[in-house]
Design a protein around this ligand. Structure first.
Ligand code: SF4
Length: 308
């Protein structure tokens, strides 16, 4: 008896169709979901929750994914803002992957709160190089977004004369000895632009390329998938910058794109006439949400079948 027949027989009830039912192919990005740093932070948070440790909080939402934040909250680990740490006498605080300014970390610890550092090791490395350059007399230039929490954290190690540039405008007010560091999620083109501007004025330049290639590889894979697909489904928090970046990339290639947070948003009508459907996800999207989305797409709509 074939495996399929056996499955039908042993299920005993309704026969369930497996795989793509209406002749379209489903492509799932290999790099969809948690990057190394996010996975590490999630492991730290969930293991503390599972050990039943009481009074554990994260400084802000640990990642930009509402479903994960809710799951953590129901396991006993909730986000708080910095003002609440002292007010509520919080004893244990997990720092998210972006890291925080050094002075803030010192203040929290001095108040008697245990800091559990889930800063991504790649971000830690950028902080370390900022400190090293400053100690060795270099003026530190950070390529990145000055409002981003990761950059604010790195700045705190870089000395008073630190400069943050986004790679789109000329760098001004530099000394003759400059050290360059990059926000981990910046494109390499931004670093190249800043470097070419800095070498116009500085006599000595040291560069630490602290770009994490996880984002670049994910974008590259998504682009190549979107070029083959009729429809792209991008999974992740609507407040997740890197998920939004993936969706925008797909749209810029004129591919029909839906950015969803969960499988419940899938609509059957999306798939009419499709031959290839691509699924990708941001760095803060957990595997269980991606797997559910893939399953619903393979089954063509699942729970949303009648709602379309
Ligand atoms: S994208 Fe890279 S630097 Fe950022 S958290 Fe993930 S692994 Fe770390």
């Amino acid at each position: 008896m074939s495996t399929a027949k056996k499955r039908r027989k042993t299920s005993g009830k309704k026969t369930v169709k497996r795989g793509p039912s209406r002749g379209f192919e489903v492509l799932v990005a290999k790099r969809a979901g948690f990057c190394f740093g996010v996975k590490r932070a999630m492991d730290i948070a969930f293991s503390m929750a599972n050990e039943g440790q009481k009074g554990v909080y994260t400084l802000g939402p640990i990642i930009h994914n509402p479903q994960v934040i809710e799951k953590l909250r129901s396991s006993g680990v909730s986000p708080v803002d910095v003002g609440q740490v002292r007010k509520r006498g919080i004893r244990t605080l997990i720092i998210r992957t972006h890291g925080i300014p050094r002075q803030l970390c010192d203040t929290i610890s001095a108040g008697g709160c245990r800091v559990v550092d889930a800063t991504c090791p790649f971000v830690k490395k950028a902080q370390h190089y900022a400190k090293l350059l400053n100690e060795n007399g270099y003026q530190v230039v950070i390529v990145g977004d000055s409002q981003h929490p990761e950059v604010k954290g790195i700045m705190s190690y870089a000395g008073d004369d630190v400069v943050v540039v986004d790679g789109n405008s000329p760098v001004q007010g530099l000394s003759s000895k400059v050290g360059i560091i990059v926000q981990t999620t910046q494109p390499v083109e931004a670093l190249k632009r800043v470097l070419s501007s800095v070498i116009e004025v500085a006599k000595e330049v040291k560069v630490y390329n602290t770009i994490c290639n996880s984002t670049a590889l994910r974008l590259r894979e998504t682009e190549s998938m979107a070029r083959k697909a009729d429809l792209m489904v991008v999974v992740g928090g609507r407040n997740s910058a890197n998920t939004t970046q993936l969706a925008n990339l797909c749209r810029s290639l004129d591919v029909r794109t839906h950015h969803i947070e969960t499988a419940d948003e899938i609509r059957d009508s999306w798939f009419r006439g499709c031959r290839k459907v691509g699924i990708t996800a941001g760095a803060s999207t957990p595997d269980w949400i991606i797997a559910e989305v893939e399953k619903r797409i393979r089954y063509r709509g699942g729970a949303s079948r009648n709602g379309t």
